[in-house]
Design a protein around this ligand. Sequence first.
Ligand code: FES
Ligand SMILES: [Fe+2]
Length: 384
Amino acid sequence: MFTNQHHLKHLLRPHHYTSEEQYRAELRHLFHPAWHPLAVKSDLAKPGDFLTFDLLDTPILIRNFDGELRAFLNVCPHRHSRLTDTARGNAEKLRCQYHGWEFNKDGGTGKIPDAKAFRPWDRDNSCLRRFRVDTCSDLVFVNFSEKGPSLREWIGPLWDVWQEYGGAYRHAGTWEKDFPCNWKVVLENSLESYHIPEVHPYTFKDFPPEENAWHELTDRFTSFKTVPPREFATRAQDWIVRRMGEPVTNEYWHRVLHPHATGSSLDSFRMMQCVFPTGPTSCRYRCIFFTLRGHRQNPLAWALYRALRSISTMIAKKVFAEDGSIYAGVQRGMEVSPHPGVIGTREERVYHFQKFVLDNTRGPRELPLAPAPEVEHANGVCAE
Ligand code: FES
Ligand SMILES: [Fe+2]
């Protein structure tokens, strides 16, 4: 059921998908305050495990310090080198690759080669910049802001639902891809089922009728639910899920927590997708994919899990590639379009998303932020 019964205004104008100014406003007001799902706990299971990312003009390093996850700006306070250029690995110490400064879990310095050369020691300017890191079930989130809502507060109404990224579901893979389009092109595509007949003619075939499409539109998120038709693939999935000892709902859910965290699910999988701007007309899509493992330990359950993981991953990547084939064309059209655009009732989540973007990036919100408060350092321990 749709909330609106009449078409809606396309609130964003083409320049919102191309301008440097809008890009900067979105980084500042939408992305820097947000929590970003970047990894899973099993990526960082052992002490010394680390991952690095380049997101939102920011190099990030997440590391396991004896069981505690910590995230830092991947830039050394000595002479600005990245601490490491390795995407993932394990190292006994967090040590800069250039001159070997070592850092502890608070971002303070440990061993400094030839330390006497730095007398008197400038403690305040020798700490790594720390980011907040937290987990929701098996998902690892990072936040660039020193202050703001906790992860639990930020996820808010979806906290219980997103506990399912773990438990009966097991991480099956993570993939990412860069696209030559504004990030909102990708996100808006995910918010509507209207494109299904043209873009997914064989995988999904048709969009569901209105009576089988439920939308929820709130300040924090929008969602879509449908019950897929009882075709062979659906019946096969139900059979497998039952044999694995898990409940069958046969519901498909898609929820986007503003601005970008996108959780979708069937009984057979849980998927967390995110799209990050990498420039005004480019973005990076990242997907963390879980498939059903269930709790049964018998050989049949294990074999079904392996089959489900392989088939679900293949289908998810196929759908992802189909969507990916349209983005560049949308962006190219957007850049020269003389039209105001229009949004149908089936696309009402797009309208809601556009309103969120405008409300949070125009007017007073475009004013520069107040300077960050001075951070105090005490006893060589960097402030939280
Ligand atoms: S730049 Fe990192 S130790 Fe010199
Ligand atoms: Fe799609």
